[in-house]
Design a protein around this ligand. Structure first.
Ligand code: GLY
Ligand code: MN
Ligand code: MN
Length: 530
């Protein structure tokens, strides 16, 4: 299909997003199914008619320039419509499911500065919706639609607070909306779309598999090329290059965290005040938390490895504590198990290995009762992930509430696992002076700490291992394809192939053929270089 505006001819007869013929094709059916899921949820809650109206993201401007920062579509809007451009609105009839997009009417000047102006039919073809009209006709459209709806039919708008950021999704506004104020209802749509986003469709899982695959390959390249003498930001630059060059991911999922040496203990290092500037030292542990964004579907992956390419005994101890936590979670996970219990299993595994390694001493159950776990593992085990890195729906009304206990209170959901949830499994073990000093000042906790051994770990940094996993009927399917054991990492850093052999990593042989809208291959699979 030739879509005007794309620089190449797509071979698919149904609309897809594809950055280039070298990257994954994502059928617009993904968004059609998402809309159907939301409408079905509304119906199941007794909302049988009316209209859902959602506003897309706005393009930001730089104050002192006429250039614009790269636009990222609002995640709600991306989920429902897959639209790339800013300033759109989307309307879904809750009665019929019919979808109409509303696009901005661009000024002629746009032709000079930004290029071709496409008509509504272009976007109708591109996004596979029922109709596309201009935003300045939205009021007329709604008046017409409501004329064939019952008097009680509502205009359903998004409104809700994000349990992670504390930010609000606010109801869509548009010129002339006063006329519809008496119909506005914000009680149902946010909950329905949030609920829909908690479990992923097969198309969404495929998008996330690709995002995780691209990011995993980029992590492997960072692992291969990191050495003492480099700066942390060079590792970040390598990752960003790889996800764009080899995966078509123009955006990262979030600001890259490339904490080496002591910086590895700062959970969200890499921000503007600490922008990945350390000069890597031979004995540093490196913690690299970096993810990709493809068509608004993100990955969130952390690898930790020694800058030297060879684990010291102390580095191996902490690494294996975290690996054992990740594995304990994988062993426990299945539908019905709560994320709180998964976190507890990870915490127990870390304390157990630290005890075996001589850093702690005593009974692990008693350590847990004394709340020693968060001293070393202060964050939550992981979070839902999808169109947002910390995806929505963690604490919706009607789901388990946030725990109050340290460690558990940082969990971004307390829900029981359900098939097709996608989460991160990301335990970590860190040496944060502030937390260590607090524990040492508390006799109930300090009695378990071998202070002589602990002294060796001051300034060590930390280790986090983070995989993107899908909940299946039996447990987890891991979408992350990075080296995970000490042997695998040392082999890759010494120049070994990854994957070492396809029969040892059959998941990497996948050919992505299952979900093409025309039943054909959706992306040429490049096995990472050996
Ligand atoms: N990259 C942020 C997180 O792991 O949640
Ligand atoms: Mn992360
Ligand atoms: Mn994460």
């Amino acid at each position: 299909m030739s879509v005007p505006g794309l620089g190449w001819v797509s071979k698919f007869t149904k609309p897809v997003f594809q950055q280039s013929p070298k990257t994954l094709a994502i059928p617009m059916d993904l968004h059609l199914s998402a809309r159907k899921k939301v409408v079905d949820l509304l119906h199941s809650r007794g909302v049988m008619n009316g209209i859902a109206l959602v506003k897309g993201g706005q393009q930001e401007s730089q104050y002192d320039s006429d250039m614009e920062p790269p636009f990222r579509q609002d995640s709600w809007f991306n989920y429902l419509f897959g639209v790339k451009e800013p300033e759109f609105y989307g309307v879904i009839s809750i009665t019929t499911g019919k979808t109409t997009l509303f696009m901005p009417r661009l000024p002629d000047e746009y032709l000079v500065w930004c290029g071709q102006i496409f008509p509504p039919v272009h976007f109708k073809q591109m996004y596979g919706v029922d109709d596309v009209q201009y935003v300045d006709t939205l009021g007329d459209f709604l008046r017409q639609e409501f004329s064939s709806e019952p008097e009680s039919a509502k205009l359903h708008l998004m409104e809700g607070k994000n349990s992670d950021s504390g930010l609000f999704a606010t109801p869509a506004r548009f010129d002339g909306d006063e006329e519809f104020q008496s119909r506005v209802d914000t009680s149902a749509l946010y909950h329905a779309v949030s609920t829909a986003r908690v479990t992923k469709s097969a198309h969404e899982i495929e998008a996330m598999r690709y995002s995780a695959y691209v990011a995993s390959n980029a992590h492997v390249e960072v692992m291969r090329t990191t050495s003492a003498g480099m700066f942390e930001y060079e590792c970040e630059a390598k990752f960003l290059y790889e996800i764009y060059k080899n995966g078509g991911c123009r955006k990262a999922a979030y600001t890259s965290i490339c904490g080496c040496g002591p910086n590895a203990a700062t959970l969200h290092y890499g921000h503007a005040g600490a922008p990945n500037l350390r000069h890597l030292q031979p004995n540093d542990i490196g913690l690299f938390d970096m993810g990709a964004d493809y068509h608004g579907y993100v990955s969130d992956i952390t690898c930790s490895f020694p800058v030297s390419g060879k684990f010291t005994e102390d580095q191996a101890l902490i690494f294996n504590a975290v690996l054992s936590a990740q594995r304990a979670v994988t062993a426990l996970a299945r539908p019905g198990v709560t994320w709180v219990d998964c976190h507890r299993a990870a915490e127990r595994a870390i304390l157990t290995v630290l005890t075996e390694g001589g850093l702690l001493t005593g009974n692990v159950d008693e350590m847990i009762d004394a709340v020693l776990g968060p001293t070393f593992f202060p964050h939550g085990l992981g979070h839902l992930i999808g169109c947002d890195t910390h995806d929505v729906g963690g604490y919706l009304s009607g789901t388990p509430e946030r725990e109050v206990r340290p460690g558990l209170k940082n969990l971004r959901t307390a829900r029981a696992l359900e098939p097709n949830m996608v989460l991160t499994n990301e335990p970590g073990c860190y040496f944060v002076d502030y937390l260590l000093d607090k524990a040492l000042a508390n006799p109930e906790q300090s009695k378990f700490i071998n202070q002589e051994v602990l002294a060796r770990f001051r300034g060590f940094g930390g280790v986090r291992l983070e995989d993107v996993v899908v909940v299946t009927e039996n447990g987890f399917e891991n979408l992350t394809t990075c080296p995970r054991t000490i042997e695998e990492i040392e082999s890759v850093m010494a120049g070994g192939a990854w994957p070492p052999a396809v029969d040892k990593a059959p998941e990497l042989k996948r050919n992505w053929t299952t979900l093409g809208p025309d039943g054909e291959c959706m992306v040429p699979l490049a096995i990472p270089r050996g």
